[in-house]
Design a protein around this ligand. Structure first.
Ligand code: AMP
Ligand code: GLY
Length: 405
């Protein structure tokens, strides 16, 4: 099979890495890809948002499967465009991608499907959470415990001119659960936990994610299965009933509250950086899984092996305020020599040198017998890598390691 991965981040590098290992993968392409993916396949200068360009590319290269990484092209209708032309796509239609693209649509679907979520409030009064309705690249949610936070949140959110959704503020640990969906049925991947705040101890602004780990203690296969029954499958049924079946990766971001699990959000694609911790644990063939879903028939083995994985994002000095461009990156081979996986996120080649080109620059994933071993491996790898002002959280999976995975 000839496979095209759309996107250029650490998530796409991890997907490409696993897809390239499939016995059925004859050619791996990426658009636009990154220097890490370029070592596994062919990268082409076509942007993820360029639907026409991607369609032409698929025709020219006789692509058998397109795997779309980021949400923006999906919400804009890339999967529809490709599917209409007969190309198999792992990624939902624009209508189904609204589950991520519109918070109020997601709330309506959850209400109709009886899925537990934070209650919608008609008045904004602290404590509460203010959410911008549309896609906001992780910058559209304001958790407001005080009136001052609420004032600031409303101002920041309102300034964007979108409709707002106000909901109750929930407390608890978070977990991300991904399911591979073929429009009717869902097959779960291993759960993961993401670290959204920029600083150790969960301080500072929200980011795209500074690290992740999998498995999640106290959230084993039985809990995942129960969750699929109460969340993913009812949502799939409701979307199909509305005439927009969901084909792709349905990501539920959940909070484990004292009164049970509640959905915080849905995403219509793989999480970043959770994917970099989940994919290395997959026992089966990712290409078989994604191709099965894309062609309407779930197939393959989505189970995770017994090992644990911890991913640490190495970020630019002023991330998330500012990206960094052009600083030389050293030490990737040394990190890989310790046995860690290094996934590129914001990197570029300048001449013969790898340089920074973004906010989150690299992801280092350690794999081990348990979370403690995986965590030690990830940090040992990270310590071998350097670029000017490199920052990373030192507490990814700290604490969780004490539990048996
Ligand atoms: P979302 O993009 O909706 O996942 O929100 C981003 C982050 O905001 C989540 O990962 C949570 O940490 C937080 N969050 C979202 N909704 C709520 C809520 N209702 N209560 C508490 N925290 C929330
Ligand atoms: N890691 C959070 C996300 O991918 O949305």
């Amino acid at each position: 099979m000839k496979v095209l991965v759309v996107g250029s981040g650490g998530r796409e590098h991890a997907l490409a890495w696993k897809l390239a290992q499939s016995k059925d993968c004859d050619e791996l392409h990426a658009a636009p890809g990154n220097p890490g993916i370029a070592k596994l396949g062919h990268c082409h200068p076509v942007r993820a948002e360029d639907g026409e360009g991607l369609l032409a590319f698929c025709g020219e290269h006789e692509i058998d499967l397109v795997v779309v990484g980021p949400e923006a092209p999906l919400v804009a209708g890339l999967a529809d465009q490709l599917r209409h032309a007969g190309v198999a796509v792992f990624g939902p239609s624009a209508a189904a991608a609204r589950i991520e693209g519109s918070k109020s649509f997601a709330k309506d679907v959850m209400a109709a499907a009886g899925v537990p979520t934070a209650e919608r409030l008609s008045v904004a009064r602290p404590p509460c959470v203010v959410k911008v309705d549309g896609l906001a690249a992780g910058k559209g949610v304001f958790v407001c415990r005080t009136q001052a936070e609420l004032d600031a949140g409303l101002q920041a959110a309102g300034g964007r001119g979108d409709t707002l959704v106000i909901e109750e503020l929930l407390e608890g640990e978070e977990v991300s659960v991904f399911a591979v969906c073929d429009g009717r049925e869902a097959q779960p991947l291993a759960p993961a936990r993401d670290f959204k705040r920029v600083g150790d101890g969960d301080v500072g602004p929200n980011t795209g994610g500074m690290g992740a780990y999998s498995p999640v203690p106290r959230f084993g296969p039985a809990e995942v299965e129960e969750l699929l029954e109460t969340v993913h499958r009812p949502v799939l049924t409701e979307l199909a009933r509305r005439g927009s079946p969901f084909v792709g990766l349905l990501y539920a971001g959940l909070m484990m509250t004292d009164s049970g699990l509640r959905v915080l959000e849905f995403n219509c694609r793989f999480g970043d950086p959770e994917t970099q911790a989940i994919v290395p644990r997959l026992e089966g063939d990712l290409l078989e899984l994604l191709h099965g879903a894309a062609t309407g028939r779930l197939a393959g083995n989505a189970r995770a092996g017994d090992k644990a994985a911890v991913t640490v994002a190495l970020a630019a000095p002023d991330y998330p305020e500012r990206n960094d461009v052009g600083s030389r990156i050293e030490g990737i081979e040394e990190a890989e020599a310790t046995g860690t996986l290094v996934f590129h996120a914001g990197t570029a080649m300048r001449g013969d040198h790898l340089v920074t080109n973004g906010g989150r620059i690299l992801n280092v994933t350690g794999v081990g017998e348990d979370l403690a071993a995986a965590r030690a491996a990830a940090y040992e790898g990270a310590a071998r890598i350097s670029f000017a002002g490199m920052r990373y959280r030192t507490d990814i999976a700290a604490g969780a390691e004490a539990h048996v995975g």
